[in-house]
Design a protein around this ligand. Sequence first.
Ligand code: SAM
Ligand code: SF4
Length: 471
Amino acid sequence: MKKPDMIEAKKRNKREVEYTQYTKKEDLFGKNKKYFVRTYGCQMNEHDSEKICGMLESVGYIKSESYEDADIVILNTCAIRENAHDKVFGFLGVLKHIKDTTNPNLLVGLCGCMAQEEVVVSNIINKYKYVDFVFGTHNLDNMLNIIKEKIDTSKNQIEVLSFEGDVVEGIPMHRDSIYSAWIDIQYGCDKFCTYCIVPYTRGAQRSRKKEDILSEVKDLKEKGYKEITLLGQNVNAYGKDLYDDYDLSNLLEDSAKIGIDRIRFVTSHPWDFTDNMVNIIAKYDNIMPYIHLPLQSGSNKVLKLMNRKYTKEEYIELYNKIRNKVKGCSITTDIIVGFPGETEEDFNETLEIAEQLKFDGAFTFAFSKRENTPAALMKETVSEEEKLDRLHKLNEVINKYSLESNNKMVDKIVKCLVIGESEKDSSKVCGYTENMKLVNIDGPHSIIGKIVNVKIEEAKSFSLDGKYIKD
Ligand code: SAM
Ligand code: SF4
């Protein structure tokens, strides 16, 4: 048994990152069995789940649409806020019921960021004995060996490593979409924002080698993919740990030259955003005009407490630079309210900056105390009720400008990548504009997977309605 250790996870020992190749397993022990994977949290988790599915399928498991008839269920978890935990423990309760009643042989596994937390794993060992295996973010590639060991020995398996992490290439993948693909470009994070658990659960920042990324881009283009999204916690810091003279601007340019239709990247950190990056994004038509640029707070005092390493003035300068240089660019953000020490005045500064910058959209969060992070030691000064009140006020401003930005699209003819059937109306399809607006499209299902012209007819706060225009 290997349990997580948050103190170890915090260390940055400057060890050399090992770049290794995944070892394929020949034993088809999942043959004629079904799997179900439930994913919580960010795009990185979504993409890790594509690897979990790929590995399970490589030993014979078949994807099941429902956990009720699966032989193995894996929960790929998120630890970013406390409420993420509640959902996972709730679902574990449902799975226990299935094990107690209809399927005692069901295998239940937990992985992802929650598995990297000491308190969670202790809880699982003591109170959730029906969880058959736990593995962390650093040994995803060892998942099949862990499952096989459980099957062969019937002993519960806990294997979580707490170190800076390595890079494993060649893990099999079952991509969810055949049009749009995620590509990891870096893992982990070294920023240590004081509220955030990611540097502890995902290890040190380590970039994938450019050759491996670019060959994945080429391969996806050859397979007919229309869109790629380069993924990392701080994509603008790409390469800093690996190269002296190759950064995100170079990677974007080299990817753009491969000629895939659409390139996106997420998440950006204002700290590492260079002028050169802005220029490259503006230069290439196939680098999409959409940037997610987390602000977190509009108060310099709170930004400092958060260890964000930029001031609101620097953020505004970068924001305006992007808006001026990248034609038609949308900018969205993340904002936390109720950080320890955030006064009414600090919060008003956040409201002011939201009014001033008019974001195209934002994810807004109430501060959630995460164990072992520096902010967990700060005295909480904002009540839960006050946090919700601030969140409500902020969302009103955010939604107002989101609608305003969507309204500007009405009557325009824009290019959309159609990704599937509309969730709201099965007679329609849906897709994304270049600047990442969701459009419900009145058009035939035959345009799914294509980039088509759409006339925008109506704007809502979170989506647009439009009509397919034949070439
Ligand atoms: N790496 C990205 C960045 O620096 O902006 C995003 C990381 S995180 C997965 C996504 C968002 O969750 C953060 O931008 C932050 O707004 C929010 N978040 C992280 N920790 C939080 C906490 N303890 N309480 C509330 N929100 C949090
Ligand atoms: Fe968390 Fe900050 Fe790293 Fe983003 S940059 S993952 S918020 S520590």
